[in-house]
Design a protein around this ligand. Structure first.
Ligand code: PGA
Length: 240
């Protein structure tokens, strides 16, 4: 919930100035507040795709204040973040609800960017692997392998989101390798090898290159640093 519409569009214009430096191999997905998606979808020749930050697990109906994956698809939006830790923490989203949101996205041609990650307390009590596995299992393990190919996973340790404390490269790589192995145990090695696993949590222009160089880190989910065009451009360039 950052920036008004003028500021958000200005950010896109400033980011676009760097687009010749972006590798075509790097996919850029912008997830503005839902209210701005209609404006952003009108940008001509965009260098980015669009995502919602959240969506309903229903398709249509009397669910005041909600936005459905069916509505997003009809607007040419391709993605939705699902299960962000702020949604889990402040809006009480459960693993069960998040699993239903994943299903709603998939049946409406929206690719979910599924977030998982442990709290500081869980890490300090050595429960981080169990916590993340539990989240991944509940959200994804009921899917058909063909649907699993449309999932993006974002590992976001809660203690690193918006705190300025980034997971070390080793901590990120260790958890990403664990997630990939868990996906492989359930869905087989081919799906595991191809599923994008992004790291999120205080990614910035100074640390992104090293994080993205980790073998199992396929990209980033960038919050605060994406609000400054130059920093975000540097992060996008560092992914190539
Ligand atoms: P941050 O946010 O990059 O500011 O830590 C990440 C997120 O909100 O997912």
């Amino acid at each position: 919930m950052n920036k008004n519409i003028d500021e958000a569009l200005e950010l896109v214009v400033n980011l676009e100035m760097h687009k010749s430096e972006f590798s075509p191999e790097v996919k850029v997905i912008l997830a503005p507040p839902a209210l701005y998606l209609a404006n952003m979808v009108m940008v001509q020749n965009p260098f980015f795709e669009l995502s919602a930050q959240n969506c309903s697990h229903h398709d249509y109906g009397a669910f005041t204040g909600e936005i459905s994956p069916a509505m997003l698809h009809a607007m040419n939006i391709g993605y939705s973040i699902v299960g962000h830790s702020e949604r889990r923490q402040y809006y009480f989203e459960t693993d069960e609800m998040i699993g239903k949101k994943i299903d709603a996205c998939l049946r409406n041609h929206i690719k979910p960017i599924f977030c998982c990650g442990e709290s500081l307390e869980e890490r300090n009590s050595h429960k981080h692997f169990i916590t993340v596995l539990h989240q991944v299992e509940h959200a994804l393990f009921h899917l058909k392998p063909s649907d699993m190919k449309n999932i993006i996973i974002a590992y976001e340790p809660v203690w690193a989101i918006g705190t300025g404390v980034t997971a070390s490269n080793d901590q990120a790589e260790e958890m990403h390798a664990f997630i990939r192995e868990s996906v492989g145990n359930h869905f087989g090695p081919e799906i595991a090898a191809h599923i994008p696993i992004l790291y999120g949590g205080s990614v910035n222009a100074a640390n992104s290159k090293e994080l993205f160089a980790c073998p199992n880190v396929d990209g980033g989910l960038v919050g605060g640093a994406s609000l400054k065009a130059k920093d975000f451009a540097t992060i996008i360039i560092s992914a190539s």
